[in-house]
Write a protein that binds this ligand. Structure first.
Ligand code: LUZ
Ligand code: MOS
Length: 751
């Protein structure tokens, strides 16, 4: 596999946060989290904990030199609880001790008195009580009230989808130590080094130049480390600054699952209106986003829900509202898809329900409403290079959708206990941070005297393979062997003011910045070669480690060129800055052109259901996906397979459960089940749609991180159809996840 790091990962040589050799005198921090979900703190007794041998200090809000405020978008979140607690597990104190063992022992002895109030965990109830994180937002197009009168059918219903635990292999962690001049260096397992730097500076009352954040790589993130790596990093920074000693914090799996937010559950009411020929004339929905106790990234996630609330369909009249509801759960956060999967689930539920009432396959409605070139998105962007229809046609040509349907119908006629189901899942996903100002990146390139190359960008490697893509881009630009290239850690002193590695934009933004830096260097190197060879710059090209003149190789190798350029005192370092052109968004009108381009694809998912036990297998996932001009097919394949399986997990077996007191019930891997290799689809095949690829993607290679996740939604509706085949009197409730328990109840539900 063309991933330089793969061997080191597989053999355990890659250094993750917990592998960094610790300095002498390192201390270990363990967080004490609130035992109740809502109330006023009446007393905090640290005496027994402080008496444990090895405990150095216990930090609380009163130790903070700057602001007790870690809110990224909105200032509504504390590092340590103030007078109140808002969710179970909310950090109240940090015990720092000579060993993690001692710190854990001490945490258990902290006594807290809380005057408890009744927690709210249901977003609809929160809305009723007026507990909103931010003002609600609505996207509109056309004339919805007039449109209902033109519909032949109107179908209403409710849809609910659940949370999802990120379950990155590496839990949240940070290692911080004091360096010269009152500064600190933080190694953080974060997707957002600059965010950690900015918030640490705020909490510690330091200027940002005194806070250095370094990230070598993450053991998975999936959005869970876009915002929620910060509190751990800032706690390590705070304690290391105040104690002037190195401090390391690594959350245990249980603490990580209990303290950190998840994918947002959503509850929604929808209304969909169709004409006789299955055209969707009107769609309205109200979605209740369960935000948890603080805003975190919920405002941005809400926005992406709105952007994707009509998925890959053109609906001339629509009105979609999202309420971001404050509840007494850990602040829910970014997770692959970032609110889009939830918005898409709701419209797919609406289509499924309409299909059931009209007694046609949902596919007929889906394909009658695919976006076409020059259609308007709900948010005002003109749809260009739309190929959702092409993906569908290619899928049908390759895999014969009707034949699959017929085989399933035949299977279901001839089986009493086993039933199969199929669903089509189209996806349209916009690429760019929805917040326009975040769409920029920088790259710093050093060519060393020996011809080796060091590259720093703002991109964080989290297993998604961005380093391999960057290396390929630079090697291609310079036309040198990839072995010459080293991708450095992501470090705020080398590349500053970075956006998170998120929104599937890591390769696009950082790769384009890298290309800009490389091209500047190449121009200078060509100038040096021209001087050396006594010709004009236009005659020079670089090709496979050699200087070419007028298309013919010279005896000047890459190494010789670099040596000569160095002796000529030419700068061998360059910085590239890239900001996505063309995009904008006007929030006052909720219209604009927020996305550089869209990723399209269509999947067919089939399942086999055991109707005696309610258990199921994912039989086939067949996809036609638009990769554009695919830069690294191996890495994109990994993202495709991982994304699909993660999406299927969200829709089927992964169930995050809290009780009414806000206590997490699924806080371990014995109670929270994720797909494993045995649950993976027996057949997962995908084809690349042949397209040129958009100019604003990195070398026309479309972003891959998030879009495949949403194919997993097909698994829900495939199961749904299998259940309906067994139990025609079932009244579906469009509740996800469809766990085996819920499937079993549905199979024998006789409402
Ligand atoms: N993060 C973010 C994201 O801050 N803005 C986004 O638009 C986004 N989209 C997807 C995933 N993470
Ligand atoms: Mo993300 S959900 O951090 O792209």
């Amino acid at each position: 596999m063309n991933n330089q790091e793969a061997i080191n990962h597989a053999t355990g040589r890659s250094q993750y946060l917990d592998d960094i050799p610790v300095l002498k005198n390192t201390l270990y921090g363990v967080i004490f989290g609130s035992p109740s979900a809502r109330g006023k703190i009446a007393g905090l007794d640290l005496s027994a904990a402080l008496a444990i041998t090895g405990v150095q200090r216990i930090f609380t809000q009163s130790d903070i030199p700057g602001k007790n405020d870690i809110g990224g978008i909105i200032s509504d979140e504390t590092l340590f609880a103030g007078d109140e607690v808002h969710y179970r597990g909310q950090p109240v104190a940090l015990v720092v001790a000579d060993s993690e063992h001692a710190a854990r022992k001490a945490v258990k002895l902290i006594k807290i008195g809380i005057n408890e109030q009744e927690p709210v965990t249901d977003p609809r109830l929160a809305k009723e009580k007026g507990h909103l994180l931010i003002p609600s937002r609505t996207f509109r197009m056309g004339d919805i009230s007039a449109a209902w009168n033109e519909c032949d059918y109107i179908v209403e219903g409710r849809a609910d989808c659940g949370a999802q635990e990120h379950l990155y292999l590496e839990t949240q962690g940070a290692y911080s130590y004091p360096v010269d001049n009152g500064s600190i260096r933080i190694h953080s397992s974060t997707q957002s080094p600059t965010l950690v730097q900015r918030i640490a500076a705020r909490v510690l009352s330091l200027p940002m130049n005194r806070v250095e954040v370094d990230v070598a790589r993450l053991g998975g993130a999936f959005g869970g480390k876009e915002d929620q790596a910060t509190f751990v990093a800032v706690m390590a920074a705070l304690s290391s600054l105040l104690l002037q000693r190195p401090v390391k914090i690594t959350l245990s799996r249980g603490d990580d699952m209990r303290m950190t937010g998840k994918r947002h559950p959503y509850s929604a009411d929808f209304r969909i209106g169709l004409t006789k020929d299955y055209r969707i004339k009107a769609y309205s929905a109200v979605l209740y986003q369960n935000g948890g106790a603080a805003a975190d990234l919920s405002p941005a996630i809400m926005e992406r829900t709105l952007f994707h609330s009509t998925n890959a369909y053109f609906i001339p009249n629509s009105e979609v509202t999202v309420h971001s509801c404050r509840t007494n759960l850990p602040p829910n956060t970014a997770f692959r898809g970032f609110g889009a999967p939830q918005g898409m689930f709701v419209i797919e539920a609406a289509i499924a329900k309409a299909a059931e009432e009209l007694n046609v396959p949902a596919r007929m409605i889906q394909k009658a409403n695919f976006l076409k070139d020059n259609d308007l998105f709900q948010y005002g962007q003109v749809a260009l290079d739309v190929n959702i229809g092409k993906c569908y046609m290619e899928l049908d040509r390759e895999f014969k959708i009707e034949q699959i349907e017929n085989e399933i119908a035949e299977f279901n006629r001839s089986n009493s206990i086993y039933r199969k189901g199929m669903a089509l899942m189209p996806v349209c996903f916009g690429i760019s941070f929805t917040n326009t100002t975040m769409n920029h990146a920088r790259a710093l390139v050093h060519i060393y005297q020996d011809g080796s190359i060091g590259i720093s960008t703002g991109a964080v490697e989290m297993g998604q393979g961005v380093n391999a893509k960057l290396a390929k881009v630079a090697a291609g630009a310079f036309s040198v062997d990839q072995g010459r290239i080293k991708i450095e850690s992501t470090n705020t002193t080398r590349v500053a003011n970075t956006s998170p590695t998120a929104a599937s934009t890591g390769a696009d933004l950082n790769g384009n910045a890298l290309l800009i830096a490389c091209n500047k260097l190449i121009e200078r190197l060509k100038g040096a070669a021209a001087i050396s060879l006594g010709c004009s710059t236009e005659e020079i090209t670089l090709h496979e480690e050699k200087v070419f003149r007028n298309g013919a190789p010279t005896d000047m190798t890459w190494e010789k060129l670099i040596r000569e350029a160095f002796l000529m005192r030419i700068a061998l370092t360059e910085n590239g800055h890239y900001a996505t052109p063309e995009i904008f968004f006007d929030k006052s009108k909720e219209k604009g052109h927020p996305f550089a381009y869209h990723v399209y694809g269509t999947a067919v998912v089939t399942v086999v259901l055991d109707c005696l036990r309610g258990i199921y297998r994912i039989e086939k996932v067949l996809i036609v996906h638009d990769f554009g001009n695919n830069l690294n097919p191996d890495i994109d394949r990994g993202q495709m397979e991982g994304g699909v399986l993660q999406g299927i997990g969200w829709m089927t077996m992964e169930e995050v459960l809290f009780d009414n007191e806000g206590k997490m019930l699924s806080d371990s891997l014995s109670t929270y089940k994720v797909p494993d290799i045995y649950f993976a689809p027996e057949i997962l095949e995908f084809r690349a749609l042949k397209t040129e690829g958009p100019g604003l993607a990195l070398l026309k290679s479309k972003a891959i991180g998030e879009p495949p996740f949403m194919y997993g939604i097909g698994a829900y509706f495939a199961l749904h159809n299998a259940i309906r085949s067994f139990n025609p009197s079932w009244k579906p409730d469009y509740q996800a996840p469809l766990t085996p328990e819920r499937v079993l109840m549905s199979l024998y539900d006789k409402k």
